[in-house]
Design a protein around this ligand. Structure first.
Ligand SMILES: C[S@@+](CC[C@H](N)C(=O)[O-])C[C@H]1O[C@@H](n2cnc3c(N)ncnc32)[C@H](O)[C@@H]1O
Length: 244
């Protein structure tokens, strides 16, 4: 099983990369070190990454979110989530805020380091500490991680949020997602999905644009919708014949 990278390593990495980023991207932290700001001047993009800033923290409290309906069904025995496409860790944090134990996988080293840094800050603040302590971050490729999972390692829910393909006719995604698209890519998502269906204890959940086809053209058992996105739920061992 791949090892979690030490958080101090993430801090060092960020510090070094901050001085050595590609010419289009700039990263700074606020004086207290809690909030990381990313700038992509050619596209006028700016994104503040933090789990403790009030806007995001308030959003994380809301209990009626479709993400929670899809992944947080504790009556159905869902207590652990494997987030295979961790990204900025927003979905992982929301799930942890509502009690899930989350293992968050990210293959891009810079994105992994930013999320790990922000999580470490959230662990040092009283109101976010409990949620942050329920998240473990691992810097590894998702397919490699799934393939290395032993029989004794079990996740009730496996979650996938691949980057959405950009579409000429649709509005541009939010700044934070545009910066992600600039920095990284989706890798082996269909293979991860296929393997996740065989490894998840209870369900696989996939975030999709509201009008997109299901991943791998595979019809979900349940769908939870919001205005521009939806969550496709695939019931796996033990639940596939139950009403949910
Ligand atoms: C749309 S973002 C996820 C956003 C995330 N749900 C959030 O709330 O911030 C997708 C992420 O998946 C990562 N990713 C794509 N393929 C991956 C793979 N094979 N292994 C690990 N991470 C992967 C990308 O680097 C990117 O950061």
């Amino acid at each position: 099983m791949p090892r979690t990278v030490d958080v101090s390593d993430a801090h060092d990495y960020l510090r070094k990369r901050g001085k050595d980023l590609d010419e289009n991207l700039d990263i700074v932290t606020t004086d207290d070190g809690v909030i990381i700001e990313l700038f992509l001047p050619p596209d006028r993009l700016r994104f503040r990454h933090s789990y403790v800033e009030s806007g995001f923290f308030k959003r994380a409290q809301q209990s009626s979110q479709a993400l929670l309906k899809a992944c947080n069904n504790r009556q159905r025995g869902i207590h652990t989530v494997l987030d295979l496409t961790g990204g900025w860790g927003m979905d992982s944090f929301i799930l942890a805020q509502h009690g899930q134990r989350v293992t968050m996988i990210e293959h891009d080293r810079l994105i992994y380091s930013i999320s790990t840094h922000s999580l470490e800050c959230a662990r040092s603040i009283r109101r976010s500490k409990a949620a942050a302590n329920r998240i473990e971050t691992i810097h590894v490729d998702a397919l490699e991680f799934l393939q290395s999972l032993g029989k004794e390692e079990h996740f009730d829910c496996i979650y996938l949020d691949p980057m959405f393909p950009s579409h000429h006719s649709s509005a541009k995604p939010a700044g934070e997602m545009q910066i992600l698209q600039y920095l990284t890519s989706n890798d082996d998502i269909d293979r991860c999905f296929d393997l996740a269906l065989r490894k998840a204890g209870s369900r696989v959940v996939v975030k999709r644009p509201a009008k997109a086809a299901p991943l791998a053209d595979s019809s979900p058992d349940l769908v939870f919708r919001e205005k521009s996105i939806r969550f496709d739920v695939y019931l796996t061992t033990g639940l596939s014949h139950e009403n949910c």
